[in-house]
Design a binder for this molecule. Structure first.
Ligand code: SAH
Length: 339
């Protein structure tokens, strides 16, 4: 069975050709799917026999909502979804002044092994299909009744470890016949898979890139993130400079603050030296504590101090707003608790 959520428009057109149908049917079907229709019988501009053929040969998959947590403080909702094979994934819906945003997962689990992160605890179960990444948005729109115009790929998983499906997902959500979400409204976050950063800058020069830096020396970064062995700090930052040269885009560096590991004044100074002259922005994230990780968080006050050191030296920085703090919106925590 072909899951139609996985298809880009040109692939849908190829499918129509295989089914002996005119090309324009693809666009019609595509439009229905991204209006949220999952029943072929509702696609009332298609002839009955085509609807029947589609029902026999194709599928429009859904995610089953296992749990929704609603924040009492803000509009944040956190979802736990069940995939068809029983794996579970998480997404977070957030409301900002500029509009609604969703944080989606790109894999069930993760194999990057960052030591402070709950999502990687049990390793990688599998990659998500383009349709599964996309359905997180569709289901959240369905549940909230709100339109979502911004996407961050910052949930469970390493998006660049699932590059092909990520790429298909980006093309599908961007298609003007479907969701028509601007590339500029999408941010992809990576732990720093350097060859993929290069590829991404060629393929998606308008999508925002966020890099999980978290440490200013190989020793510190390596103690938190195994990926640093393969792509050390200087190699990563060179790739980031290349990225900006090529795309002209500002990079966001995520910096999760861990007490006694990367939060000293010296760390802040080193960070300034590393990033000097780069078109960038630093997003400071006080660690969300994950049980048994052995890592401790920092106070918001300390994060603010760290921020002012950066800003005084001309590096733009913010401390991440705590949306959904009351619902444990930290990465991978809901999913862990469920298995
Ligand atoms: N794999 C991608 C995207 C997923 S994680 C990446 O590494 O960028 C999104 C961000 O949350 C990353 O910067 C990640 O390092 C950070 N993160 C993960 N667990 C965290 C925790 N417990 N507290 C604070 N930040 C965390």
């Amino acid at each position: 069975m072909v899951d139609l959520r996985d298809l880009q428009l040109y692939e849908m057109e190829e499918l129509m050709a295989r089914l002996g149908q005119p090309k324009f049917r693809a666009k019609q079907i595509f439009k229905w799917i991204y209006k949220g229709v999952t029943d072929f019988d509702e696609m009332n501009n298609l002839p009955k026999d085509l609807r029947q053929l589609l029902a026999e040969q194709c599928d429009i998959g859904r995610l089953e909502v296992l749990q929704v947590q609603r924040s009492k403080n803000d509009g944040t909702r956190k979802y736990l979804f069940r995939l068809e094979d029983g794996n579970t994934i998480e997404s977070v819906f957030m409301q900002y002044k500029y509009g609604n945003s969703i944080c989606v997962s790109s894999q069930a689990g993760c194999r990057m092994g960052c030591r402070f992160c709950a999502s990687t605890r049990e390793g990688l179960a599998r990659d998500l299909t383009p349709g599964e990444i996309l359905s997180q948005l569709l289901e959240a729109q369905r549940d909230t009744g709100e339109e979502i115009r911004h996407i961050v790929v910052m949930g469970t998983g390493e998006p660049f470890d699932n590059y092909e499906n990520l790429a298909a997902f980006l093309h599908i959500v961007n298609d003007k016949n479907g969701l028509n979400i601007s590339m500029r409204n999408i941010t992809v976050s990576t732990c720093g898979l350097v060859p993929m950063i290069q590829r991404f800058s060629d393929d998606f020069p308008q999508v925002n890139l966020a890099i999980s830096l978290h440490g200013t020396t190989d020793q510190i970064r390596g103690s938190m993130m195994p990926v640093n062995k393969k792509y050390p700090v200087d190699v990563l930052l060179e790739a980031c400079r290349d990225y900006t040269r090529k795309t002209g885009r500002r990079i966001t560096f995520e910096y999760t603050m861990v007490n006694g590991v990367n939060d000293s004044d010296e760390d802040a100074d080193r960070l300034c030296r590393l990033l000097r002259g780069m078109l960038c922005h630093v997003n400071l994230i006080p660690l969300n504590k994950v049980s048994q990780s052995g890592f401790d968080t920092v106070s918001r006050a300390r994060a603010k101090e760290f921020q002012s050191i950066l800003e005084n030296k001309g590096i733009p920085a913010t401390v991440r707003r705590e949306l959904g703090a009351d619902i444990d919106a930290a990465c991978g925590q809901l999913r862990l608790g469920k298995r």
